[in-house]
Design a protein around this ligand. Structure first.
Ligand code: IVH
Length: 667
């Protein structure tokens, strides 16, 4: 069995070609040519050869699809151009409005539309160099995502190598889990006593964000590529041509419907609403795009979404089921929310067994009683809702709901303040409130402590290892290692994650505090205005309300929060543990960029886009996504996009990365 390196190379190349051909036929064309067993044998042969000749392993080898070593954490990845979302159209009229706006710019009779299914998964960007997949990343906040290349390589219908080599290619698509695979996965999880995924989208997202690529490899994920973002030397004039090109390159692409007639667009969308469940994967609407790329450019973008496309959302799906009971749950703010326990019903592809009832008024207004038959609806992201009671089905046995007088968690009296819809437990030491507060503190958009889920928090709490979130920063290895379902490795990982979270931005920390009414956006504004926690803590009502986005109610809430001695002590303990309390770049930032608008294009070498944006904002400037006459500076990195041309055309000042950094540093 002694073969030379050359012979091995030849054999390996043949095997790879053969395997990729079958992969393509199976996953992309849905038309397998050989049995699974035969396929496995080919793969085994390849892997055995590659083990013997490791120097012949390449990143595009099909063997890479089985998943390599687990990662410690994902690297962040700055997208070349941001991943935007789409404006929504709920019904025909919204579509006609969209059409009027488009025609307003392009003129009557000049527009051709492409209509595609809107796949309900998560968006990913794939970057190819010299025909080989280099990076696959999640959307993240649109500017920076996570580098999940290892996991995306395990997705069988993503070509690791393009059919035709081009120097640079960037595409975007939707990663999803076929419905059948989702059912199978949940059944397996149920059998193992693991938590179930709520829907195929969550299952796909959870599978893509696995640090161990072997887990992703074991999940049946697919990607449909719906956009060509950039292709060096690729000339296409229309989106539909781009789709054809991508199909030729080996991608699965959506089936486009092309028409100039907006009424036909609407009809097509409605028809799909009826037969959406015939597809093997979930779609939550249709996407309508202007076909001509030149016209797309003419229409341009708002800060959030393209003006040349819109998402038609299918109407919410409804069903009738029995309301078995109403329980209450105490949230972070002490609000006691009644929740309906329903006889399980299948809705929009998932099983629904609970629905929020918001508050006492909601129950009263809808006259909901325990034992009623109710119409429930689910629309996309939204938690299922009770729409109305089917009164005709009442038997007289139904029982009215009464808000409990005492908190089910701590036994304190529940109160409902005048003018408020919510009933609350007002004991701030109520274990439910504290626990929910910690869950919020560590959540993704707050301090983002990875690996610290509800179950662990509850355990820490029950073992009296933490009383509040600040205690997390004083946990020791010995505290953690003996917890249930914790081992030496996960204990250490958790400590590392806690340590790492000390460097989060001031805005994340402010958001994490859970001050009433202060959401993510307000937290960002407060961080920018006050630059340090100390200054924010001293802010007066006048200073706060002088900020355009901060109203009197929020200002009051902020002042009340920092007026509590307990909260001050909490912050002091965070500070003592070394948690960052300052704005990222320059705590004594000037406002020298106040009123200046920047646009970033191309890849910057020394900064990510997010960092650049933070620096600009720290100095009082703004970042916009499109160039107009109002733009003051366009910062140009490598491979700039059309914004660069636009800037030249409008005579906007153009800065190289160096010039930009000099401008920032030159205080
Ligand atoms: S086009 C500039 N086409 O829907 C935005 N998006 O809210 C271009 N999606 O984040 C998006 N199927 O992840 C487009 N055929 C399709 C799509 C699609 C699903 C997702 C996409 C995006 C979201 C829009």
């Amino acid at each position: 069995m002694n073969i030379t390196l050359e012979q091995a190379r030849e054999k390996i190349n043949k095997l790879r070609e053969e395997i990729e051909k079958h992969n393509y036929h199976y996953y992309v064309l849905d038309n397998p040519l050989i049995s699974d067993r035969e396929f496995d044998l080919l793969m085994q042969e390849l892997i055995a050869l590659e083990n013997e000749f490791p120097e012949l392993v390449t990143p595009d080898s099909p063997s890479q699809r089985v998943g390599g070593k687990p990662l410690e954490s994902f690297a962040t990845f700055a997208h070349r151009t941001p991943l935007l979302s789409l404006g929504n159209a709920y019904g025909k009229e919204d579509l006609f409005d969209f059409h009027r706006r488009v025609v307003g710019v392009l003129g009557e009779g000049n527009v051709e539309y492409v209509v595609e299914p809107k796949i309900d998964g998560l968006s990913v960007a794939l970057y190819y160099r010299d025909g080989i997949l280099q990076v696959g990343a999640t959307r993240g906040d649109g500017f920076t995502g996570e580098d999940v290349t290892q996991n995306l390589k395990t997705v069988r219908n993503i070509p690791l190598r393009l059919k035709e080599t081009v120097p640079v290619l960037e595409v975007r698509g939707e990663a999803y889990m076929p419905r059948e695979a989702f059912y199978r996965l949940n059944a397996e999880r149920e059998a193992r006593g693991e938590a179930l995924f709520a829907n195929p989208r969550n299952a796909a997202a959870g599978s893509i964000r696995q640090l161990d690529p072997k887990i992703s490899a074991g999940r049946d994920l697919r990607v449909i590529v719906y956009a060509l973002m950039y292709g060096e030397g690729v000339t296409v004039a229309k989106h539909s041509e781009a789709l054809e090109y991508l199909k030729k390159q080996g991608f699965n692409t959506p089936e486009p419907f092309i028409t100039k007639d907006i009424k036909e667009v609407a009809q097509y969308c409605e028809n799909w609403g009826e037969k959406r469940h015939d597809l093997p994967y979930e779609i939550d609407g249709m996407v309508i795009k202007v076909n001509s790329l030149t016209q797309q450019e003419q229409l341009g973008y708002t800060s959030k979404s393209p003006r040349w496309a819109v998402a038609y959302k299918f109407p919410a799906e409804q069903g009738v089921t029995r309301l078995l009971d109403i329980i209450v749950r105490v949230g972070r703010t002490g609000a006691v929310t009644p929740t309906a326990i329903l006889e399980p019903i299948r809705l929009a592809g998932t099983t629904v067994s609970r629905a929020t009832l918001h508050n006492e008024n909601f129950i009263k207004e809808k006259d909901i009683k325990i034992g009623d038959y109710v119409v429930v609806q689910k629309a996309g992201e939204i938690i299922p809702e009770v729409v109305r009671v089917v009164k005709e089905k009442r038997t007289g046995e139904e029982k009215p709901f009464k808000m409990p007088e005492f908190c089910p968690e701590c036994g304190s009296r529940i109160v409902r303040l005048e003018g408020e819809a919510a009933s609350r437990c007002i004991d701030i030491s109520c274990p439910a409130i504290v626990r929910e507060g910690i869950i919020h503190f560590v959540s993704r958009n707050a301090m983002n402590i990875e690996g610290l889920g509800e179950a662990i928090i509850t355990q820490l709490f029950e073992h009296k290892l933490i009383r509040d979130a600040a205690d997390l920063y004083y946990l020791k290895y010995e505290d953690l290692v003996n917890l249930e379902r914790m081992g030496p490795k996960s204990a250490q990982n958790l400590l590392n994650a806690v340590e790492e979270s000390k460097n989060r931005g001031l805005d994340q920390l402010i958001f994490a505090l859970g001050i009433r009414l202060v959401g993510q956006r307000a937290a960002k504004i407060l961080a920018q205005e006050f630059k340090t926690m100390d200054r924010l803590m001293e802010a007066t009502f006048e200073e706060l309300t002088a900020i355009p986005e901060i109203g009197p109610k929020m200002a009051e809430s902020i002042i009340a929060f920092f007026g509590e001695e307990k909260n001050i002590q909490f912050i002091e303990r965070l500070k003592a543990a070394g948690v960052n309390m300052k704005m990222a770049s320059s705590p004594i930032a000037s406002d020298k960029l106040a009123g200046k608008t920047f646009v970033l294009t191309g890849t910057l070498e020394t900064l990510t886009r997010k960092e650049a944006q933070e620096k600009i904002e720290a100095l009082g400037g703004k970042v916009s996504s499109s160039v107009s006459k109002k733009t003051d500076f366009v910062v140009v990195g490598a491979d700039p996009g059309s914004k660069y041309d636009k800037a030249k055309e409008l005579g906007v000042t153009i800065l190289s990365e160096n010039e930009f950094i000099n401008l920032l540093d030159d205080k």
